[in-house]
Write a protein that binds this ligand. Structure first.
Ligand SMILES: CC(C)(COP(=O)(O)OP(=O)(O)OC[C@H]1O[C@@H](n2cnc3c(N)ncnc32)[C@H](O)[C@@H]1OP(=O)(O)O)[C@@H](O)C(=O)NCCC(=O)NCCS
Length: 137
């Protein structure tokens, strides 16, 4: 398996992976829109894990000069529990550290709380925060 930045050629594989792994995405998170938007901004932080020429996992990071964020950490079901997401997150955290980032945040939907154990295995702690958001587009 290798981990590398995604390119436009990965679009259909990544979209299919996200459709499989995030089946309940709302329309504003449509995989094709998310992929295109990320390739337009900090595209080197959209990573794919590739095994035998197939995209089996992704992670998408961002750095705003203060905090780093991780999104779209996802591995195809048949490749889970083999350390793929761990390798992706470590790779992304190295990139963020190189960019000057000292703290990485993630958000987990309350309906997906079971993945908490995955992030804890990587050293993430739960912080008491109220997450708020507003659509402006
Ligand atoms: C969460 C996810 C990315 C983990 O991917 P993965 O490649 O299977 O993770 P790893 O193999 O690197 O797991 C490393 C460790 O994390 C923990 N872990 C992984 N998945 C877990 C889960 N679902 N529940 C609890 N702990 C988990 C385990 O300690 C695991 O080590 P082990 O297999 O030796 O027990 C994957 O389950 C996934 O794609 N889920 C659906 C998408 C999703 O919800 N993404 C997160 C959005 S916030």
């Amino acid at each position: 398996m290798i981990i590398r930045p995604a390119t436009g050629a990965d679009r259909s594989s990544v979209v299919a992976l996200w459709e499989t792994v995030f089946p309940d995405d709302p329309p504003h998170n449509a995989p094709s829109k998310v992929f295109d938007a990320k390739l337009a901004v900090q595209d080197d932080l959209l990573l794919v894990a590739v095994d035998e020429n197939a995209v089996i996992g992704t992670t998408m990071a961002g750095y705003d000069g203060f905090r780093g964020w991780l999104n779209r950490v996802a591995v195809l079901p048949q490749h889970q529990r083999r350390g793929v997401a761990t390798a992706l997150v470590h790779h992304a955290m190295r990139q963020l550290r190189t960019a000057g980032c000292t703290k990485v945040n993630i958000q987990i939907r309350s309906t997906n709380a079971e993945v908490r154990g995955f992030y804890e295995s990587l050293g993430f702690d739960v912080e008491e925060r109220l997450s708020m958001a507003r659509h402006i587009g």
